[in-house]
Design a protein around this ligand. Structure first.
Ligand code: FAD
Length: 297
C-alpha cells in the first residue's frame, strides 16, 4: 500500500518523533514553528521601563491641550482618598473603581466620591461663575471624571449640565436666583426628565401634559398613559430631589407645544413627593453607579 503524503502523515510523523524523544528522555526538538514560544510572552509593558522615543510630557500636553495643572490637581485629590480605589502596580500608583461591586454599592460609591470632591471645592463656581477660562477648567475636570469612571461623569453631568444647564439656559433671573447656588452646592440634586417610554429622539411627540389652571395659577403635570412615563432618567431612582419635566403645555384647551417645568420629586429626607410614582430601571450593561429611573406624575 502506498501512503499519500499530506498533512495527516506530517502530523503522524511529528507525533511519533515527540513520543520517541519523550521515551528516550532526550530534550524535545522544536517540530514546527507553531511550537516556538510566542513573542508576546516576552512583552514588557512600556510604562515599566520608561523608554519612549518621544517626550511623554509633550504628548500629554498635546492630548490634554488645556488646564493640565488643574487636571493634575484633581487626579491628586483622587489619589489621596481611598474612595477612588487607589492601588499600586509595578511601582506606580493608580486609581480605578471596583466594577465587581454590586449595583447598590457602585451607586453609593458614586455619591460618596461626589461628596468628597464637593468638600474639597471642586465644584465651586460651577453654576455661578461665567467666562471661557472657567468653562475650559470645568470641561477639563469633566474629562478627568470620565477617564476615571463614566458613572461619576454621567451622574455629575446630569446634575450640573442637564438640570443646571436647563435652568441656566431656559430660566430667567428669577430661576437663576432661586436655584443655581443650591445646585452648585448640591444642596438639591437635579435630574432631567425628557425621554418617555414611547418617545426618545422624537421629543416633539412626548405625551406628558401640563395643564394651566387659571383659577389657582397652578401648572398641573400629568402622565396620561403608560407610553408617557418618563424613562431612563438619571438620578431619578434614588437621589434626585428635583427634576426638569418636559411636557406639552395646555392652556384653555390649546396645546402650546413642549415646555420645561421645574418639579420637586423628593423631600430632603429622600421621601417621594405625593402624587408622584418612581420605579428603578435596575441593572444596565454598564454605568451601574448611576440610578436611572422611571417617573409617573
Ligand atoms: C443610560 C441612559 C441614560 C439616559 N439618561 C437620560 C436622562 O437622564 N434624561 C432623559 O431625558 N433621557 C435619558 N436617556 C434617554 C436618551 O436620551 C434616549 O435614549 C435618546 O434620546 C434616544 O431615544 P430612544 O432610546 O427612544 O431611541 P429612538 O429615538 O427610538 O431611536 C432609535 C434609533 O433610531 C434612530 N432614529 C430616531 N429617529 C430618527 C430619525 N428621525 N431619523 C433617523 N434616525 C432616527 C436613532 O438614531 C437610533 O439609532 C438615557 C438613555 C440611556 C440609555
Amino acid at each position: 500500500m502506498i501512503l499519500s503524503q499530506g498533512p495527516s502523515t506530517d502530523r503522524a510523523s511529528r507525533r511519533a518523533r515527540v513520543l520517541t524523544n519523550h521515551i528516550l528522555c532526550s530534550p524535545s526538538q522544536p517540530a514546527s514553528p507553531a511550537m516556538q514560544p510566542s513573542p508576546c510572552l516576552s512583552y514588557s509593558p512600556p510604562e515599566l521601563h520608561e523608554q519612549f522615543d518621544f517626550d511623554v510630557k509633550e504628548m500629554r500636553r498635546l492630548l490634554d491641550d488645556h488646564n493640565v495643572e488643574d487636571r493634575d490637581w484633581l487626579f491628586g485629590l483622587m489619589m489621596q482618598s481611598k474612595l477612588f480605589g487607589r492601588r499600586e502596580r509595578g511601582g506606580r500608583l493608580f486609581v480605578g473603581p471596583d466594577y465587581n461591586q454590586s449595583m447598590e454599592q457602585q451607586r453609593e460609591m458614586t455619591m460618596k466620591r461626589i461628596a468628597y470632591l464637593r468638600e474639597r471645592g471642586v465644584f465651586d463656581g460651577w453654576m455661578t461663575r461665567k467666562g471661557v477660562e472657567f468653562d475650559l477648567k470645568k470641561f477639563a475636570f469633566f474629562e478627568v471624571f470620565a477617564i476615571y469612571d463614566h458613572s461619576l461623569s454621567v451622574k455629575l453631568g446630569v446634575h450640573y449640565f442637564l438640570w443646571g444647564g436647563a435652568i441656566q439656559f431656559f430660566g430667567t433671573k428669577r430661576h437663576h436666583d432661586k436655584w443655581l447656588t443650591d445646585t452648585e452646592n448640591l444642596a438639591i440634586k437635579g435630574c432631567f426628565a425628557m425621554t418617555e417610554l414611547g418617545h426618545g429622539s422624537n421629543v416633539r411627540g412626548i405625551e406628558t401634559v401640563t395643564t394651566y389652571d387659571s383659577n389657582t395659577g397652578e401648572f398641573i403635570i400629568n402622565t396620561p398613559c403608560e407610553s408617557a412615563q418618563k424613562y431612563w432618567i438619571g438620578g431619578a431612582a434614588m437621589h434626585a430631589t428635583h427634576t426638569i419635566v418636559f411636557s406639552q403645555l395646555n392652556i384653555n384647551g390649546t396645546n402650546q407645544g413642549v415646555h420645561a417645568f421645574i418639579a420637586q420629586i423628593r423631600d430632603a429626607d429622600g421621601n417621594i413627593c405625593p402624587n408622584i410614582r418612581i420605579a428603578d430601571c435596575g441593572h444596565k450593561i454598564g454605568l451601574n453607579g448611576v440610578d436611572n429611573g422611571r417617573i409617573w406624575y
